[in-house]
Design a protein around this ligand. Structure first.
Ligand SMILES: [Zn+2]
Length: 825
């Protein structure tokens, strides 16, 4: 862990990652001689058996918990309940998975019949064999008989969608004591894993998001939040065959599978053959409860795959079930029906409690019917999970789902990828960004993807990648996950009219690392070592005398902020790089180590502008604040009320505005004057989207007009970077959501970044013609502009460089924009 922890000093994600207890099955891989295809199993950990009766810390009773009004279980009552059930039953094991942002505990309950330590070790070995030796596992009769089939029930990820938790507690209590032969059999044959609440902070506070303001059901690809990291790790190590994620509120109950488009990296034939019948089973279980529209206001369930054309898709792997599918799960979102949150939370208590009781029944029915499906089809589910991993390991062609395989399928449901043979990420000097390569590699490893290092150089399309480069062999069990992360993705604008959420996300395009694709018919695979357990530390100082730090990665910006804070006399050069004086060599050395960044010998030349500690006032979304924090900025969150209250700008260097929290119309005259004078006297403005542009116009800074494309357009876009201090080191792809650009540019406006002249959208969904704000309307248009005059310096941004803390390769643009704007006279 220590290697990787060191590489993650950026922001508080390091602390978050470390907060997760080391319960992951250790994969004690090491570099060493091994065949290119390594099928050795990890050594078996010294498991305890079951039950694991951990006494949970019982928090003090808190009458402010928002669950109480609904007649539901407040967070503080969960631990006492689980402690009691553990004492009365040998079938209940409660563990702490990790902590929330505010320090509340995340409980994982395992329901299973008692196991000796030896039995648990045998189960661990079988799970490893299913994943890593699927061909052998498929023939292993003992495994088919003995393996306890895992199911994973995740609850309350959205804090104000409460009842999954209460249904889970009912399930746990039932299973703790039941004499029902079906329950006893399930306990003998399966492991039922229950995350009681994934968002205790939101449960208590009546919020959808966690305490950092993140929608965690959009965070599974990036995994920035401690709760997501904890549940992700639990999904990886439990490898469930069936997974259900409980949400609200859609009436009638919404039960996945989804509409198209379907993620093109799933083994969808093996997925839908179970997901649909399990969905039908959940539907029947809900209907069997007997609630009616007339008497109860409960409409019959709906299954998007069957009942809708589009609009509820499983395309991006940002949602919990869609992520879980890449670990072999038949996974569903279920939306229980009766709204009790938002405005409905103000209904009379009696009505709220009536609704919540019904919702709890329905969530419970979804869980129990999924356990029944697991029990009735355990042999086939096991064989199909093994087959998913077998296709990966053997590099089998994806299977085209025809109506012979699955009668309900239509051509609109078929999305197939072509897997490359491998991806190669160089580690040597001269690449785009060493910390970015390390970040991508560590992220892949954290997600259970195998990464090796090459033993010989490999040349791909004219570029030679030296021995020691990272190799991600697509012949591996989790190839679907690896490919969805490392592939460029697909432009699906023509295939569907509307999408539920984002449609492009490529880490290869957006995280700033060089990622080369070795085609199936490309050069021979270079030999490689065994899977590594962490990226090679990327920090170094090469050269002596004055040193240069280029700002190509969020880690570079974090290193800059760290050096500025330690007062070593660094300077900002005109090209947007940083000069570190010779006498700060020791600080450079330790900074390189801590942040994984590279310092090179500075060219001879003029000095630059001294850089002091940077303070940013920000009216930004939670994800942008998170990203600014990852880059090490000291951030003061502001809004109109704060500015109207006589905000003290004296130690603020730049203002970042992307939300309407600081709108000109809501500022009083004194606040307007203070802001204008802050900018006139050397403060900088970085504005994003129309809120940033509006403020710019009111302050009479840059002479530009903001144009907006289709508001639902989103994805990875190709960009051209100008050779300016702000954009010269930027990556050639960016991310947009509700894309915008700037026209009618005044003479003094510099264009730092444009949309590419053609093929604007690399991957994602951005429909419409040029006249309708489609991709063509944006081609060649200015995406980032800057300028300075007597009124101040400003940078305006039409893209989303900090979106959900995801496009990390574009963060430094904002970092450089903040420094540039603050350092103009
Ligand atoms: Zn939800």
């Amino acid at each position: 862990m220590s290697n990787r922890a060191r590489l993650r000093l950026v922001g508080i994600s390091a602390a978050a990652a470390l907060a997760v207890p080391g319960a992951v099955v250790p994969m004690a891989y090491a570099e060493g001689p091994a065949p290119a295809i390594d099928v050795q199993l990890a050594p078996t950990p010294q498991s305890e058996g079951y039950p694991r009766q951990n006494t949970l810390v019982e928090p003090p009773a808190d009458p402010a918990d928002a669950s109480i009004k609904l007649g539901l279980t407040p967070y503080h009552a969960i631990a006492p309940k689980l402690n009691e059930l553990q004492q009365t039953s040998q079938r209940v094991s409660a563990e702490v998975l990790g902590q929330t942002v505010t320090g509340r505990e995340l409980y994982l309950v395992t329901l299973t019949a008692p196991e000796s330590a030896a039995e648990t070790r045998a189960q661990d070995r079988m799970r490893e064999r299913i994943l890593r030796q699927p061909e052998q596992a498929a023939k292993d009769q003992g495994l088919a008989k003995k393996y306890k089939t895992p199911i994973f029930l995740n609850n309350n990820i959205h804090g104000n969608e409460w009842e999954g938790t209460d249904a889970a507690l009912r399930l746990i209590e039932d299973y703790a004591t039941s004499d029902d032969p079906a329950v006893l059999e399930a306990l003998e044959q399966s492991r039922i894993y229950v995350v009681v609440t994934m968002n205790p902070d939101g449960r208590h506070d009546n919020t959808r998001a966690n305490a950092s303001g993140f929608d965690m059901n959009r965070d599974f690809l990036t995994a920035t939040q401690p709760e997501v990291i904890a549940v992700r790790d639990a999904l990886i190590r439990t490898q469930p065959m069936v997974m259900v994620d409980l949400h609200g509120y859609v009436n009638g109950t919404l039960i996945e599978p989804t509409t198209p488009p379907h993620g093109e990296n799933y083994e969808y034939d093996l997925f839908i053959k179970h997901a649909y019948p399990n969905g039908l089973g959940m539907e029947q279980a809900v209907l069997d409860l007997g609630y009616t529209p007339e008497d109860d206001g409960v409409n019959p369930p709906q299954i998007p795959f069957r009942d809708w054309d589009e609009g509820w898709d499983d395309w991006p792997p940002i949602f919990t079930p869609q992520y879980a599918a890449y670990h072999g799960a038949i996974a569903h979102t279920v939306e229980i029906p009766l709204r009790v949150n938002n405005a409905a939370y103000d209904l009379p208590e009696e009505e709220l409690q009536r609704r919540s009781a019904i919702n709890t029944d329905i969530a419970h029915a979804a869980m129990t019917s999924s356990i029944s499906y697991l029990q009735e089809h355990r042999g086939e589910l096991l064989a199909d999970q093994i087959e998913i991993f077998r296709r990966g390991v053997t590099g089998a062609e994806p299977v085209d789902v025809t109506d012979e395989i699955f009668p309900e399928i239509g051509p609109e449901d078929v999305y197939l990828t072509e897997y490359p043979r491998a991806y190669v990420i160089p580690v040597d000097d001269g690449q785009r960004s060493a910390p970015a390569a390390a970040r991508v590699v560590d992220h892949l490893i954290d997600n259970g993807v195998e990464v090796r290092t090459t033993r010989r150089p490999v040349t791909i399309e004219g570029t030679t990648y030296p021995s020691g480069s990272y190799l991600i062999d697509m012949h591996q069990s989790r190839r679907g996950l690896a490919n969805t992360m490392l592939g460029q993705g697909t432009d699906i604008s023509d295939r569907v009219d509307s999408m539920y959420d984002i449609s492009g996300w490529s880490l290869a395009a957006l995280w700033g690392a060089d990622v080369a694709t070795l085609a199936e018919d490309g050069p021979r695979m270079p030999p490689a070592g065994r899977p590594i357990d962490a990226a090679i530390p990327s920090g170094r100082v090469s050269g002596d005398g004055d040193l240069l730090l280029e700002l190509k990665d969020p880690s570079d910006v974090a290193a800059l902020n760290h050096l500025a804070r330690s007062g070593v006399g660094i300077e900002w050069l005109d090209d947007g790089s940083i000069l570190v004086p010779e006498d700060a060599a020791e600080q450079a050395e330790s900074t390189a180590d801590a942040f994984g960044v590279t310092f090179t010998a500075a060219p001879d030349g003029e000095g630059g502008t001294p850089v002091d500690e940077m303070v940013v006032a920000a009216a930004a979304s939670s994800d942008e604040l998170w990203a600014l924090n990852e880059m090490g900025f000291e951030v003061r969150e502001v809004n109109a009320a704060v500015l109207n209250d006589g905000f003290d700008y004296s130690d603020v260097d730049a203002l970042y505005v992307s939300t309407s929290a600081v709108a000109w119309s809501s500022l009083e005259d004194s606040a307007r004057n203070d802001l204008a004078s802050f900018l006139r006297n050397g403060g900088g403005l970085v504005g994003r989207g129309h809120n940033g542009a509006n403020l710019n116009n009111e302050l009479d800074l840059l002479d530009v007009t903001l144009e907006r494309g289709r508001s639902d357009g989103n994805g990875v876009v190709a960009v051209d970077n100008a050779d300016t201090a702000i954009a010269s080191a930027a990556t050639p792809e960016s991310f947009v959501y509700s894309p915008a650009w700037f026209t009618e540019l005044g003479e003094d406006v510099t264009v730092d970044q444009r949309y590419a002249d053609d093929d604007v959208l690399v991957s994602g969904h951005w429909a419409g013609t040029a006249e309708e704000g489609g991709q063509d309307a944006a081609a060649g248009q200015a995406l980032i502009v800057s300028g300075v005059d007597n009124n101040g310096a400003a940078v305006l941004v039409g893209s989303q460089p900090l979106f959900r803390a995801h496009p990390k390769g574009q963060y430094p643009l904002i970092g450089r924009a903040l420094f540039w704007s603050a350092l103009q006279d």
